[in-house]
Design a protein around this ligand. Structure first.
Ligand code: ZN
Ligand code: ZN
Length: 224
């Protein structure tokens, strides 16, 4: 299959040139060249049958898009006056995507790969905002959230719990009420929703470059 139709608008797309989305997710999906929507919100059935019939070339591009090989995820802490965001996730591609998505924001970004490292960095650096995955090695992201919210030294830190695994209102309510998260976002998180969370919790309206309507380079771009 070299050509496929978009699930949303029906547009014909060429699988050899189509780009990958910039949603915060462990598995970026393709972006329709017609309507600009990615397939993150496509019905499960569509996605499953899509990859069952996809060409070997497209499957190879998918592996490449989801690979973290050679991707830069260094912390950005060059200006102490800027607000600090701590990203806690055990999936390296999530760090890469968040770094890239927030490249036009005047923020410092630091990274932790598990819950315990997240807790240590949060206590040491007192970030303004933490974006943490729920399911993490060593310390659960929701427990990390509750621990920080229960400590007077870190209780004012805004914390957004993210999850691609715990989905639905039950988990959202639990994260907000039991674990005291400020917000709960289900992965894949669109760039729009990521920007909305960051601007909501950090006072950034005057420091923000307008985000592009469509991200031109996807996670599968060969330039990375
Ligand atoms: Zn479309
Ligand atoms: Zn997407």
């Amino acid at each position: 299959m070299k050509v496929f139709h978009c699930y949303a608008c029906g547009q014909k797309n060429d699988g050899r040139v189509v780009e990958w989305c910039s949603c915060v997710t462990t598995e970026p999906t393709l972006v329709c060249s017609g309507c600009g929507l990615c397939f993150c919100d496509a019905p499960q059935q569509y996605r499953r049958s899509f990859w069952q019939t996809a060409s070997a070339e497209l499957r190879a591009r998918r592996r490449e898009a989801q690979s973290v090989e050679g991707r830069e995820v260094a912390s950005r802490t060059n200006d102490p006056a800027r607000p600090m965001i701590l990203v806690v996730d055990d999936d390296r591609i999530v760090h890469f995507i968040v770094n890239r998505a927030l490249s036009s924001f005047r923020v410092n970004i630091v990274h932790a790969r598990d819950g315990r490292e997240g807790l240590e960095k949060a206590k040491e650096l007192r970030p303004d905002l933490i974006l943490t995955d729920a399911l993490l090695p060593k310390l659960d992201g929701r427990e990390l959230c509750r621990a920080l919210k229960s400590d007077p030294a870190t209780e004012t830190c805004k914390i957004v719990v993210m999850s691609g695994f715990y989905r639905g209102l039950k988990y959202r309510n639990e994260a907000l009420q039991t674990f005291l998260a400020d917000d709960y976002l289900e992965k894949p998180i669109s760039q729009k929703n990521l920007f909305a969370a960051v601007t909501r919790f950090l006072d950034l309206e005057t420091r923000l470059a307008p985000p592009a309507e469509k991200e031109p380079a996807g996670a599968g771009s060969l330039t990375y």
